[in-house]
Design a protein around this ligand. Structure first.
Ligand SMILES: Nc1nc2c(ncn2[C@@H]2O[C@H](COP(=O)(O)OP(=O)(O)OP(=O)(O)O)[C@@H](O)[C@H]2O)c(=O)[nH]1
Length: 618
């Protein structure tokens, strides 16, 4: 694969007419990173020897799981009919948890390559991303990928894709990111079809931050798209949402490694370094301007990252608590959406209540804590945020079930989402049944072709974050895909179910559930704990209760474990040894009242129903 000859334009001296800013949008696994790799190779940005699979996915976790968490922007030189051009490719994350980051990356572009796996067809995220691209008024180039696969059906899916975006099936490009077939014509099409950026070169500088990444050596690296004016090294800049000022220590482009330059002009995409150490000081969506000649208004679309899902994280070994705090402090530098505060649990000891964008975000954070910081953790059932209004008008925001007020509650509001589900039409019945069971409301249904249907629902977020995705997959044999976005909140009939061991509430197991599901949750949890908690020397009742009303009960029968039974003859030193051993074993136990529970029982009870398992790759 030899790169085509080209002239390289310098960032500060590139006229906007020669710039094309585009991104690749696709459902997870449809081959976005592979296609991006091929483009890097064909434009000569990465030579064949340095190429490694998924060049742009830098974090180890990303490469191992094959998902893209952080977007990156790469500048690629290209030439069409003798005219040099610059292609800025912005790689976007594909998962629902990161929709806001996707929307900011899209806002930095004029065009989008809509990539669809030619063996799979359109999926829920293809649609969600297409709608986002249309909202941002991007020119969409439809592309069918993986045409080298024997199972590829490009003709069939070209019809589907053309019907969706209103073009002719022949307008859909057919490529293979793996073999490189069709990629060169696609690069030419990007130059022809995607509009060049427009902006006022003489106006005060305005650049939008679409990503910011913490680098151990350089501090925060901020990715920006210049809309008006220009940014130059050593200038002082202002972040318009926080009014914080910084000096521009370095400004440049990524191609594919950082190349410092003399500045960025209208339409350019690049990075800046100011020496700040925390990504919160350089927020995605914010506008950067010049301190000496500031812009009067920021660019639109800025939003604070808002955690949607909360969970408690506790070290398995209580003495690791300071390490956990330090690890979270470090992770926060790279993750503006992660929030946490100390929490104490009767059952699990000292830990942190953490807020995440969604379940995948939770899993990634947890995995990084375990892998990069060597911590062993227990995480409690994830829950959403509830707004509770009391009879006397007091408002309480509940991020932890144990904070749910016991008094006179007037109203509880829970977040809801708009979900888009795509599946073969034979599964309509199964999907409807599932969504109804999850308190969903059908908003509409459309056939994309004779055998594929798009269903739109509103669902409570709390029902989606548990095992919804797993159930959807199993009921549709893996054929359905799901995407969702926040859609305000709704009043719901919710109660808190407590689990009591010998009359003591075990806070880690309290849950806020719909009234109709309280009984089911109580019976399930009591049954599970009965299996998991070893018998004690006295009878232990396990109860599930809503307020003072017990809704389910199990008993763990008593035993008397006589460790001295084997010890005949009365050898006192051996007796002592056995008693010592028993004492050491007891040390690891957590005490709930007088009931001793091994930590493993908590872990099993909290994880065995797969609450977090659905956050893995789609
Ligand atoms: N046969 C074939 N396989 C491909 C092609 N493009 C990608 N793949 C494979 O499809 C899988 C997913 O590709 P990725 O490039 O990681 O997909 P992605 O869309 O970037 O995935 P995320 O980063 O998770 O969003 C990988 O196993 C690739 O090797 C192609 O053109 N042909």
């Amino acid at each position: 694969m030899s790169p085509r000859a080209r002239t390289v334009l310098q960032p500060h001296a590139t006229p906007p007419e020669a710039i094309r800013n585009f991104c690749i949008i696709a459902h997870i696994d449809h081959g976005k990173s592979t296609l991006a790799d091929r483009m890097l190779q064909m434009t000569g940005v990465v030579d064949d020897r340095a190429m490694r699979a998924q060049y742009l996915d830098r974090m180890d976790i990303e490469r191992e799981r094959g998902i893209t968490i952080k977007s990156q922007a790469v500048r690629m030189p290209w030439e069409l009919e003798g005219a040099p051009v610059v292609l800025n490719m912005i790689d976007t994350p594909g998962h629902v948890d990161f929709t806001y980051e996707v929307s900011r990356s899209l806002a930095a572009c004029e065009g989008a390559v809509l990539l669809v796996d030619a063996a799979q067809g359109i999926e829920a995220q293809t649609l969600a991303n297409l709608y986002l691209a249309m909202e941002n008024e991007l020119t969409v180039i439809p592309v069918l990928n993986k045409i080298d696969l024997p199972a590829a059906q490009p003709e069939k899916y070209a019809e589907e894709l053309a019907g969706l975006i209103g073009c002719e099936p022949d307008d859909c490009f057919r490529v293979s990111g793996k073999t490189g077939v069709g990629v060169e014509p696609l690069l030419d099409a990007i130059v022809r079809q995607v509009p060049a950026p427009t902006g006022d070169a003489d106006a005060p500088a305005r650049a939008m931050i679409f990503d910011s990444v913490y680098d151990t050596y350089r501090g925060v690296v901020t990715y920006v798209r210049v809309v008006d004016g220009n940014l130059n090294p050593r200038e002082r800049i202002v972040m318009m949402s926080t009014k914080a000022t910084h000096e521009l220590l370095e400004i440049g482009v990524i191609s594919p490694e950082p190349v410092p330059g003399k500045g960025l002009g209208v339409g350019e995409v690049g990075y800046l370094i100011t020496g700040v150490k925390d990504v919160r000081q350089s927020r995605v969506g914010d506008t950067v301007t010049n301190l000496a000649k500031p812009a009067s208004a920021p660019l639109g679309g800025y939003r604070d990252p808002k955690p949607m899902v909360f969970s408690g994280l506790f070290p398995l070994d209580g003495s690791d608590y300071p390490d956990l705090r330090e690890a979270l402090d470090k992770l926060k530098l790279n993750d503006a959406a992660l929030v946490y505060e100390p929490e104490t649990s009767v059952a699990l000891g000292f830990g942190f209540r953490c807020g995440f964008l969604g379940l995948l975000h939770l899993e990634i954070v947890r995995e990084r804590l375990e892998r990069e910081f060597g911590l062993e953790l227990i995480s409690t059932q994830p829950n959403v945020v509830y707004d509770v209004t009391m009879d006397d008008g007091t408002e309480i925001v509940v991020t932890n079930p144990s904070e749910f007020p016991g008094g006179k509650v007037a109203e509880v509001r829970e977040p809801k989402v708009r979900a888009t589900i795509l599946a073969p039409s034979e599964y309509i019945g199964a999907i409807m049944e599932l969504c109804q069971g999850k308190r969903g409301t059908l908003l509409g249904m459309d056939y994309l072709s004779a055998e594929r249907v798009e269903m739109r629902y509103t669902l409570p977020l709390a029902e989606v974050v548990f095992d919804f995705f797993d159930q959807l997959k199993s009921r549709t044999r893996g054929y359905a895909s799901l995407d969702y976005e926040p859609d305000g909140d709704q009043v719901a009939d919710l109660v808190k179910v407590d689990i009591l061991l010998q009359g003591e509430t075990v806070d880690a197991f309290s849950a806020i559930v719909h009234k109709d599901k309280a009984y089911g949750y109580g019976v399930m949890m009591a049954g599970k704990l009965k299996e998991l908690i070893p018998r004690q020397q006295f009878e232990v009742p396990i109860q599930a209760a809503v307020g003072a009303r017990v809704i389910a009960r199990e008993n763990i029968r008593a035993i008397r474990k006589d460790v001295l039974a084997k010890c005949y003859g009365g050898d006192i030193s051996r007796k002592r040894k056995l008693l010592e051993k028993q004492k050491a074993g007891k040390k690891r136990m957590k005490n709930i009242g007088s009931v001793e529970v091994p930590p493993e029982a908590f872990i099993a009870a909290l994880t065995s129903d797969g609450a977090g398992a659905q956050a893995t790759k789609k």
